[in-house]
Design a protein around this ligand. Structure first.
Ligand code: IDC
Length: 345
């Protein structure tokens, strides 16, 4: 008899043990996710969650309009030091921004498709996305084509890159994908559109609702071409870029007209200086742009977070500090845009 009872007691004990360990695991998981959620409380992502495109802009988890505003890095291969948790924290807490754009050149300066160290660049991006996530900020991952004006030139590499990265980041919820910074070299919208379709499929395989920003012809100025023949996917936005001393009323009028006709526009790069990234800042024009941005609740990222000796850099040339900047550490552009961000939200 004893012999028969013992194994069944053993089985019973086994069942209890596995029940207890499963419950403990569940509790631990619940606790971990609760503390993660609690640590994000009060942050942009903690309060607004996963964003979607509705009408002409982004809405938060409650369905309310929620524009992104933030700084773009310079090329991450060139200025890797600003991929820094404390830099992003300063931008969040002192500058009042809610997103960071991570610009990875494909051609220039150690570009991803021109001999740059692919693994190091992906690690750097992953660091940037991780810091943004920990701080409850949104991250725009920018495939920064420039002299390679036709995105189709590196389509295979782009598809492989976005496939891999979207798989890696699919559960984060705070990552937006900008798939071709500035098409040019006469590349027309239909070519960009077909490139976008291939890349969107690669991203959506892992992250079906990820927001994707698509560049438009002539350095992301011809959003009207996208309006004529938009992509047939949800959660897609179209990039408009301006440099205030070069792009004035005519581009604002185009922007306003496209938004009024329902196009989701993301100003994923802008500067207060001219299109070379240098020259005098035109704050009157830049203010007119900011007014338009506020009027329509558009999202925008300012070029660039670096201390290069050019007027678009928001840090004083050679500043050297990667976070906790004082007024003296900022360039003219930096002081101006910080005020704009602080007062605009
Ligand atoms: C500029 C940088 C500059 C760098 C150059 C490389 O500010 O330091 O030498 O690229 O060619 C853009 C581009 C952006 C440019 C910026 C200013 O997206 O890469 O950065 N600009 O020229 N479009 C319009 C202006």
């Amino acid at each position: 008899m004893g012999k028969r009872i013992l194994p069944s007691v053993g089985r019973e004990r086994c069942r209890w043990l596995s029940f207890l360990s499963a419950s403990a695991l569940l509790l631990a998981l619940l606790f971990a996710s609760k503390t993660a959620a609690a640590s994000l409380q009060g942050t942009p992502f903690g309060e607004h969650g996963v964003l979607q495109v509705e009408g002409t802009g982004l809405v938060d988890e409650k369905g309310e309009r929620y524009p992104l505003q933030g700084m773009s890095t310079h090329g991450i291969a060139w200025f890797p030091q600003y991929i820094d948790r404390e830099a992003f924290r300063t931008l969040r807490d002192d500058w009042g921004t809610n997103c960071v754009r991570l610009a990875m050149y494909t051609e220039e300066y150690g570009g991803y498709c021109s001999g740059g160290d692919k693994e190091a660049l992906k690690d750097l991006l992953d660091k940037g996305v991780t810091y943004a996530s920990e701080l409850g900020m949104y991250a725009v991952v920018d495939w920064h084509i420039l002299s390679d004006g036709d995105p189709g030139l590196h389509q295979q590499e782009a598809v492989a890159f976005f496939d891999e990265m979207a798989e890696r980041w699919k559960d984060r919820g705070n990552v937006l994908y900008e798939i071709c910074n500035e098409p040019d070299s006469g590349t027309d919208w239909e070519k960009i559109r077909s490139y976008a379709q291939a890349v969107i499929v690669a991203i959506r395989r892992h992250d079906p609702d990820a927001v994707v920003i698509v560049g438009t012809p002539t350095w992301s100025q011809e959003i009207d071409k996208a309006l004529e023949h938009p992509l047939e996917y949800d959660n897609v936005m179209y990039a408009l870029h301006f440099y205030a001393a070069t792009h004035t009323d005519w581009l604002r009028e185009r922007c306003e007209s496209c938004v009024q006709q329902g196009l989701p526009v993301f100003i994923s790069e802008f500067g207060m200086c001219d299109a070379s990234g240098n020259g005098a800042n035109d704050f009157a024009q830049a203010s007119a742009w900011m007014e338009l941005i506020r009027k329509y609740g558009l999202s925008c990222c300012c070029w660039d977070l670096a201390d290069k000796a050019e007027s678009s850099s928001v840090l004083r040339p050679g500043c050297g500090k990667v976070s906790g900047w004082t007024q003296e550490d900022l360039s003219e552009a930096g002081r101006w845009i910080r005020e704009q961000f602080r007062s605009g939200r």
